[in-house]
Ligand binder design. Structure first.
Ligand SMILES: *[C@@H]1O[C@H](CO)[C@@H](O)[C@H](O)[C@H]1NC(C)=O
Ligand SMILES: *[C@@H]1O[C@H](CO)[C@@H](O)[C@H](O)[C@H]1NC(C)=O
Ligand SMILES: *[C@@H]1O[C@H](CO)[C@@H](O)[C@H](O)[C@H]1NC(C)=O
Ligand SMILES: *[C@@H]1O[C@H](CO)[C@@H](O)[C@H](O)[C@H]1NC(C)=O
Ligand SMILES: *[C@@H]1O[C@H](CO)[C@@H](O)[C@H](O)[C@H]1NC(C)=O
Ligand SMILES: *[C@@H]1O[C@H](CO)[C@@H](O)[C@H](O)[C@H]1NC(C)=O
Ligand SMILES: *[C@@H]1O[C@H](CO)[C@@H](O)[C@H](O)[C@H]1NC(C)=O
Length: 319
């Protein structure tokens, strides 16, 4: 079963979530802007639940993973984390809980597409919590948001490895604004009641096919953007390690020298986009974006060779 209608799912998650649940601390109502976190965690919990039901261990094995059962078990663990995060958000008194639907069916085309979608959603979640922690309206829950962000980052490191990436290619994570989160969710046709008071950016379509590596030059389809017929445009690449994006002429949007996740934008001039999500509310030079681009090594490191052999016993693993 695929989850295109998530409200039913939300109700079920609350009833069946058996694990310990962190309790929200605030007395006063939480900032209404947290509605965008709800749609994100609704999306993540619904997406993983659908992924769990779409592919079994044999499907992962058939897609080329050496141990399909292990991949399935990890997806199961992450699903439980995301349901727990959603349940926590639902305990925030005053937080609006929009009734949202998202359609993830294209993401379940095959197991690798599913895991690649998970990687984007985890990146979005990390970036969303960075942005929320950076804003000053949610002070009494900052600690728990930081704890959730760390959990999402653990998921991301593992998904990076599963998909042949460097597990932690940068030293800093990306912060992402609410409007950018909604932009990244647009492919899944989000629809909320009440509607979010949030306008997404124009989405950016990257047209490269095949693997994206540090020798790739990105190409774009701008036909549905306000900049379709403009010349002199720039692409901007923002990694977690940057304090602002690198602006390149759009015809030379080379990923040379980059590694890991990049937020990619197209702008009308080369004024660099700030890494601080609080500075990205009003970009006057923005045509479209961000899109998420993962730059993976051309040669996958033999990570299995790094595992401790044999597995440690309980006794010596605590030494
Ligand atoms: C945070 O908690 C304190 C006391 O515990 C309370 O006075 C304050 O209103 C709360 N702030 C918010 C934003 O909820
Ligand atoms: C796994 O799912 C596939 C379809 O995706 C199905 O053909 C197969 O029988 C399932 N295997 C097991 C062990 O359930
Ligand atoms: C949420 O949306 C679904 C589908 O549109 C609808 O069936 C359901 O009644 C809604 N629930 C609430 C609480 O509005
Ligand atoms: C761009 O130019 C072409 C041909 O000149 C025109 O057909 C098209 O409508 C223009 N697109 C936009 C978004 O202005
Ligand atoms: C393209 O960008 C790269 C990286 O900034 C730079 O080294 C190179 O000179 C540029 N090439 C052209 C043709 O502008
Ligand atoms: C590209 O990545 C490889 C590792 O996959 C690295 O050895 C190489 O130096 C990188 N090249 C550039 C230009 O970043
Ligand atoms: C963006 O600019 C508009 C007017 O141009 C202003 O009303 C709005 O408050 C600004 N928003 C932010 C987040 O700076």
């Amino acid at each position: 079963m695929r989850f295109s209608t998530l409200f039913t799912f939300v109700a079920t998650a609350v009833l069946t979530s058996a694990g310990p649940i962190r309790v929200a601390r605030q007395a006063a109502p939480v900032d209404p802007s947290l509605g965008f976190l709800t749609i994100l965690e609704l999306g993540a919990a619904g997406f993983y639940t659908g992924l769990l039901q779409s592919f079994n261990a044999s499907d992962y094995q058939a897609s080329g993973f050496a141990d399909g059962q292990a991949v399935f078990d990890i997806v199961n663990t992450i699903t439980n984390s995301e349901i727990t995060h959603l349940t926590f958000l639902q305990t925030l008194s005053g937080a609006p809980l929009p009734n949202c639907t998202l359609d993830f069916s294209p993401a379940y085309a095959d197991p690798v597409t599913g895991l690649a979608t998970a990687r984007v959603l985890e990146l979005a979640a990390i970036g969303a919590y960075v942005g929320v922690i950076a804003s000053d309206t949610i002070s009494n829950n900052t600690e728990v948001f930081a704890e959730i962000m760390g959990n999402e980052a653990s998921h991301e490191g593992f998904l990076n490895m599963l998909l042949g990436g460097d597990p932690f290619p940068q030293s800093f994570e990306l912060g992402i604004t609410p409007a950018e989160i909604l932009t990244l969710l647009l492919p899944f046709n989000p629809s909320c009641t009440p509607a979010l008071t949030l306008t997404p950016n124009t989405p950016l379509t990257i047209t490269n096919s095949g693997p994206i590596t540090n020798t790739t030059t990105l190409t774009f389809d701008l036909s549905s953007t306000p900049c379709a017929n403009q010349s002199g445009l720039f692409c901007q690449l923002l990694s977690g390690d940057d304090s602002s994006a690198a602006a390149l002429p759009i015809a030379n949007c080379t990923l040379e020298g980059t590694s890991g996740a990049l937020l990619t934008y197209v702008t009308t001039d080369s004024t660099p986009i700030s890494a601080d999500p609080l500075q990205r509310g009003n970009l006057t030079n923005l045509c479209a974006g961000p899109a998420v681009t993962f730059v993976d090594p051309a040669v996958i490191p033999p990570l299995d060779a790094l595992l401790l052999q044999p597995a440690p016993t309980a006794a010596n693993s605590t030494a």
